[in-house]
Design a protein around this ligand. Sequence first.
Ligand SMILES: [Zn+2]
Length: 189
Amino acid sequence: MLLHQFLSGTLGWNREASFVQKLNLMGKQMTSWLYISGRGHSGSTMLDAMLGNADGIESVGELVSGMERYKELCSCGETFRDCPFWDGVRQRFEATADDTWDNAVRASVGQAHIKNFPKTILAGGEQKWIRQLAVYSEHIAAAVCQKEKDVIVDSSKEITRALFLLRFVPGSKVIHLVRHPTSDLNFAE
Ligand SMILES: [Zn+2]
């Protein structure tokens, strides 16, 4: 059973559809998150790359788990700090969100830590930190996708981030990858 089915079916959590409807009425197109969760070595990189070939999808690798590592190399060969693509994302984010990229990084990376899973389960949509992170997430997706793409794929895999997106960012979907035990045994040989 998919995590989303479990959360919405078993626990009865509802998505905040009214926010989506409001944006549609305003004529704005929503950019959606497609988040890949699961353990390491579960095929997420391959799935991320395959999805990235589809029209309308912007695949950005492990975004939330990598967005504070400015010195690491982007796939273009530049560091995350010097990469022209990410420099553009940061500038667009700061222009539209009226906030700093660093604040969005701190909030996103902090929430995704596994220690915050209980806090994220128990949180209400009216809480300030939840509303702030939801707004950051919307602006990050829009800054990455611009007008050409509709879906941002993040393969960071943290289950706590997946839970947050499903509960508080309208339109989000999660693919939870499970590695078969025999594959684990083969991998260990
Ligand atoms: Zn780059």
